[in-house]
Each structure stands twice: as C-alpha cells, then as structure tokens.
Write a new protein. Structure first.
Length: 257
C-alpha cells in the first residue's frame, strides 16, 4: 500500500496514475470525501489538524508526501509533524518527500520551510527518501501569465535563470522510488534539460501565445535570497536529466494551427 498526500495536486495526480498503472495499491489523502477513481482509494484526512491521518496511514508501507501550500507556507512544517507522528503510530512506513534544489542555500521563506521539513524528516527515525528537483514548467508559466495581464513593459529580474522540469518526469522518478520499496535518504537532484534566462523564457512564452510586448530586465532581485538565485543555487546543471524542454511545454500548451 502506497499513500500519497496532495494526491489531487499538480504532482500527485500524475504520480497516483503511474502507481496505479504499475499495479500498486494506491491511496490518496484528501480534505474532502472522494469516491474511488482510476485505481486510487481515497481517504479523508486533514494535515492541518491531524484528523483522519491514523486511519489513512493504517497498513501503508510507503507514504509519498507531495502536499504543500506555497502561499500558506507556515502550514507545511506543522503538517509534516502531524504526518510523521501518525506514521510512527502506524508502523513507521517509508516516507518519501519531494523538495526543491537549493533549499539549504537560498534564504527564501518557502525554501527555508521546505528545508526545515527535510531536517524534520531526517531526524524523525522513519526510513526516508528525499528528492530535490528544479522548478516545474508550470511555475514560470503561471508567473509569466500573471505579469502579462498588466499592460505595458514586462519587467523581469536581472540575472535570474531557471532550469524548468516536466512534472510528469518528476512523477516518474517518485513512482520509481516508491515502487523500489527501500529508503535511500537523499537521492541525486533532478533538473530540467536546459538552463534559461528569465528573458529567454519570457520571449518564448510571448511568441507561443502570439503576444507582442517589450521585455526589460532592469534590476536584480534584492537581498540574500536574490543573491542566492543569481548565483544559481536553485539550479542543477550537473543533474540535467529532464527530457522535455520549455519550448516543448509551450508548444503543447499553445499548439500552432
């Protein structure tokens, strides 16, 4: 039995599908009641309160923790504590955690929270595996979608680069780790196939959408976090194992007639 938290999210949904296709006994955690679907058995449980976690974890051999709230990041660490406490009560299953490249080097609030969860898991006494990846394609896409809604010049941070990776490929790696069974502690980072500047990504995005907007990169990101991003601590050029490029992602989102 494999339990996935955040099973209905951007990463959880392709992960549960892959696990079900592989013949695993897949269970998903949700804050609302759901009927079984596509080979997934759903459990109602709340990582904010701990309600329902013991029942959801009963019999689980592996837990893949994908649930996260970037806009409410203060919830992630208490949620991880509740999950770990419930896991200890239910036989100490293998806990797999998805994290982000650079969380230990960039003092950005969400990254600091993710790193705190990593350390909590490492000290939990549970068998664990932690996978760090670069950002999914969907994040810069959503950011560019937001800035293009504002008329005028598109202003981007100077010196910012990204190495976007396909969420489906991350799901494949997590499924592989879950099906392997045994804990591996920190596994190799996973990065997208290419490192691009923010300007390169923006221009490709505008072209894919058929938009004409001036792009400027006037100022660097401020502070220590900004310096960490400019220095590339969120990149993994030595682990560029992803296959799907930014352009391929855009072409699929905006097919040409």
């Amino acid at each position: 039995m494999i339990l996935v938290t955040g099973a209905s999210g951007t990463l959880g949904r392709p992960l549960t599908r892959l696990l079900a296709e592989a013949g695993a006994d897949v269970h998903g955690l949700s804050r609302r009641t759901r009927a079984p679907e596509d080979g997934v058995t759903w459990h109602k449980g709340d990582l904010r309160t701990g309600e329902g976690l013991d029942a959801a974890l009963a019999g689980a051999e592996t837990v893949v923790h994908c649930a996260s709230e970037p806009l409410r990041m203060k919830r992630d660490l208490p949620a991880a504590r509740l999950l770990i406490d419930a896991a200890r009560r239910q036989g100490a299953p293998h806990l797999i955690y998805i994290s982000i490249v650079g969380v230990d080097k960039i003092p950005y609030r969400y990254y600091m929270t993710k790193y705190a969860v990593e350390r909590l898991i490492e000290g939990s006494g549970l068998p664990y595996t932690i996978l760090r990846t670069t950002q999914f394609h969907t994040l810069p896409y959503m950011a560019l979608d937001a800035v293009t809604k504002v008329p005028g010049v598109i202003a981007l941070p100077k010196g910012l680069r990204d190495q976007p990776i396909d969420v489906g490929e991350v799901a494949e790696r997590l499924a592989e780790l879950a099906l392997a069974g045994g804990p591996a502690r920190r596994v190799d980072d996973m990065g997208g196939p290419e490192v691009l500047t923010a300007e390169e990504m923006a221009r490709a995005y505008l072209k894919a959408r058929g938009l004409r907007r001036p792009v400027r990169v006037p100022l660097p990101l401020p502070g220590r976090a900004g310096r960490g991003f400019r220095e590339g601590h969120h990149l993994a050029p030595g682990h560029a194992v992803g296959r799907r490029t930014w352009q391929e992602f855009l072409d699929e989102r905006h097919p040409r007639p």
